[in-house]
Design a protein around this ligand. Sequence first.
Ligand SMILES: [Zn+2]
Length: 251
Amino acid sequence: MNLGISIILSLLLGLIVHLKKALTMPALIPAVLFSTLITYFGGITSFIILVVVFLGSIITKLFNKNKKRYKRKLIQIISNVGVGTLSLIIYKITANDIYLLIYVSVMAESLADTLASDIGILSKREPINILTLKKGERGLSGNISILGLISTLIGSLLIGTIYYIGIEKNIISFLIIVLSGFLGSLVDSILGASIQVKYRCEKCKKITERKEHCGKKTNYYKGIKWIDNNLVNLLSNGIIFIVLYIILNYL
Ligand SMILES: [Zn+2]
């Protein structure tokens, strides 16, 4: 894609993001930069996929009325599109199509994961922990629900369909994207249930990912202290990158 058009599209996206108050100020300029790189290296379909992943993250916030809308921070942008952007840079350098496919697969996982947590939280039934299968709290990383799993599948199918229409009418690539989105989200949940840091609110006794709850500081409960949800997202994307790199190059 032409650099000028890439910049214009990304500035437009940045403007909408800003008007929707979806990002903090320090995150806005890097977000526009990521978008420019993605569009310039990956083309218009890569840009559309970025927009869809972004819309997924704000649309669910809009219809999640009881959850306070919050602005996404720079660290969340990096953890959601960092690996994908890197993949497109390698695609530009090597001109090897597998890196474009990896970009789309990683983005499918990012959308699937966002939808799973934001729509899954609306589930009427209590979710279960993906590792212990015990019932747990809604919205806590590592807990999964049928509604969340269906959302994951819908997000993955959506990204796979955009790729199929916009880039390559190849059913194998389509399936790789859908499976990456779906299985990648499960990996995300497994990491969320195992190594991600969790805290306990001493006031309401709930387990949470937040450092504050009920207006008070929470105490460490379990997990590796420096591994938060953002790092888990980054790790899941990285795992998809490595697994697909091996499968597409050596199998
Ligand atoms: Zn509390």
